[in-house]
Structures are given as C-alpha cells and as structure tokens.
Design a protein around this ligand. Sequence first.
Ligand SMILES: [Zn+2]
Length: 266
Amino acid sequence: MPEGDTVHILAEYLGSALGGGLLTRAHVRGQVWRGLCGRRIQGVCSKGKHLYLELDGGLCLRSHLGLYGSWHRYRLGEPWRKPERQAALVLELEDWVYVCFNAREVELVRSTGFESQDQRRRLGPDLTRENPEAELIRGRALSLNAPDTPVVDLLLDQRVACGIGNVYKSEVLFLTRRPPLLTLETLSLGDFADLYGTAARLLRRNLAGGPRITREIPDGRGPLWVYGRAGLPCLVCATPLRRERLGRNPRSTYWCPVCQGPASPE
Ligand SMILES: [Zn+2]
C-alpha cells in the first residue's frame, strides 16, 4: 500500500531515472497528449502521497497512486506485466517506457499556476521531510475538522500533515497507546507531538526502501506491531488484537484493546 515513504522513495528513483529525459510520447488514460511530446522532464518530487513530474514550459504532471497504483519501467517493445487498460500514465523516453498503472489521479497542472500552487498548499507539512511543531499541526487540525473528528480520520487527513496511510495510522496509535476513536477536541498539544512525531520518525525510518518496519525487534515475530495481525496476540500483552472498520471514512483499523483500551475511550 503506497504511503508517504513509498512515494518519497519513488520520487527519488524517478528523479534520477527521468530527470533531464526527453519525452517522445505520453498517454494519459489511453489518450495521446501531444502537447507533452518533445518536453524535457526537469525533475521529480513528492509531497505526501502526491508525485510531481516537473516538465519544461512550466507544466507539471501530478499523480496519486491511491491504494492500487504502481510504476513499472520497460524497454521499448518489451511486454508489460499488467494489461494496457490499467495504464493511467505512459511516458516514453528514447529506449524506455515508464508506466504508472491504476493511479487514482493523474492531471496536468501549471507548475507556477493557480491549480498546482493551490493543490500543494492544501497539503499539510510532509512528514517524510520534517517533524513539524505540534502547535502548527494542532492549528491545521482544528481549522479543518470538526471537534468530534476521530483520531483515525485525523491521521489520514493529508491536509493536516501528509504521508500517513492506513498502515502507519494503526502503528502510530499502538506505539503511542492511544485508542482509535479518541476525538480531536480531547487531544492535547502533547498528544499531537506524540502522534505526529512518531509518524514522522516511522516514515523517515523507512525511506531507505525494503519492507516497511515499525518494530525493530529481531525475534521473528514480524516488522509491524498491529497492522494485519487481527486475532493474533498483542506483541506486548498477548491479548488478541482487534480489527474494525472505524471512522467517518471507515478504513481497517487494528488495535490492542488492553494496551490502547476500548476503541472509544470512556
Ligand atoms: Zn496489548
């Protein structure tokens, strides 16, 4: 599942592979975009889970992988490992083809124009790059969300801070021992520092690639504390872990009913 760390690594890889390259063909969802041919890719960067390919002439291709997106690289003429109809974005450069399959969003924006600026401004600080002040995060959280917003939704709100996906959401709540349905209005500045500081630390810990690790104990019991472990014993207290679709946009949440308490704190 692509989260902020995955997209950060991807941007670095694509930046070194594509930076300076000349586009010979570009398709977006099966349509040829002639205006992109002959443009040079100036660089690739990420913010949260959004990837930006900067092109010359002030254009920028923004993409978001969503839950199922992935990038592949092929030699020109080499068969693809996924069907063509799943290709959201196809970029041809001399001998290579870069294909982004099943992206949730692809759009062309002006690098300096209103749309792109506005889009990036809407995203909160990128936790793969910085550990922002708790005061700043709390300010964004309160100005963008109702006071009774559950923390499971808050952590996934990329406008507050970006980079946290569904895996880190459960891991951060377990590591900070917070119940998943704690509400925004009850969070102190210390809670914000703890939650977002932990998320920033985990995301940055995983920027080198390889399997995602939130638990660095080499006992063969896995690299994650709770995610994907419903019904298995908690690695701290041995109570069976719970999984439920929680929040206003219900997504799977894993937690320990003893270490973190019941989903909704009494
Ligand atoms: Zn436990």
